[in-house]
Design a protein around this ligand. Structure first.
Ligand SMILES: [Ca+2]
Length: 144
C-alpha cells in the first residue's frame, strides 16, 4: 500500500481519515447493482415490467447505475421522453414480461425484444453487423 504509507508520512492522521472517508463515500456513490427481475415493484407494490438504466459497467455488480426509467405492463411508448432518448445502457425485464425496443423514434430503425432477465451492458448486445444497443433506445413497448 504505497499510497497509504505516503499519506501517513506526509500528512497528519486526520487527513488520512478524511481521505479514507471521502473514498468510501465515493465508492458507495459509484456502486450500483441490477435488481433481480422478480423484485421489480414500484413503491405501491405495483409490478414493474422493465427498468431501464442510464449507465452500465464492465463489472456486473456495478452496472445499472445512474437514473432509471420504469416501464409498466402495456406501456406503449413510440417516442421515449426526450431526456431518455439514446441514453439507456442497461436494463432489467421482470419475470413473465418482455420489452421490445426500437433504435429510432416512432418505432423505426432496428427492433429488438428482450425477455425476462438482466442485460448488464447493452453495449454487448449487437445491433446489425457492427452496431450495438448502448445509448440507442428511442421507443419501447413492455408487456407481461
Ligand atoms: Ca447511457
Amino acid at each position: 500500500m504505497a499510497l497509504g504509507s505516503q499519506l501517513t508520512l506526509r500528512g497528519p492522521t486526520m487527513k488520512v481519515a478524511v481521505a479514507l472517508l471521502l473514498c468510501a463515500v465515493c465508492w458507495v456513490g459509484l456502486r450500483a447493482q441490477c435488481p433481480e427481475p422478480g423484485t421489480l415493484k414500484d413503491p405501491n407494490g405495483v409490478k414493474i415490467c422493465a427498468r431501464m438504466f442510464e449507465h452500465s459497467n464492465i463489472y456486473n455488480e456495478q452496472s445499472c447505475g445512474g437514473e432509471y426509467l420504469d416501464a409498466f405492463h402495456n406501456d406503449d411508448v413510440p417516442m421515449i421522453p426526450w431526456r431518455w432518448n439514446n441514453r439507456v445502457s442497461s436494463l432489467v425485464v421482470n419475470k413473465m414480461c418482455s420489452l421490445t425496443v426500437w433504435s429510432r423514434m416512432k418505432k423505426e430503425g432496428k427492433k429488438r425484444k428482450f425477455g425476462a432477465g438482466i442485460q448488464y451492458r447493452l453495449k454487448d448486445v449487437t445491433q446489425g453487423l457492427f452496431g450495438n444497443w448502448n445509448d440507442d433506445i428511442s421507443a419501447y413497448y413492455c408487456e407481461c
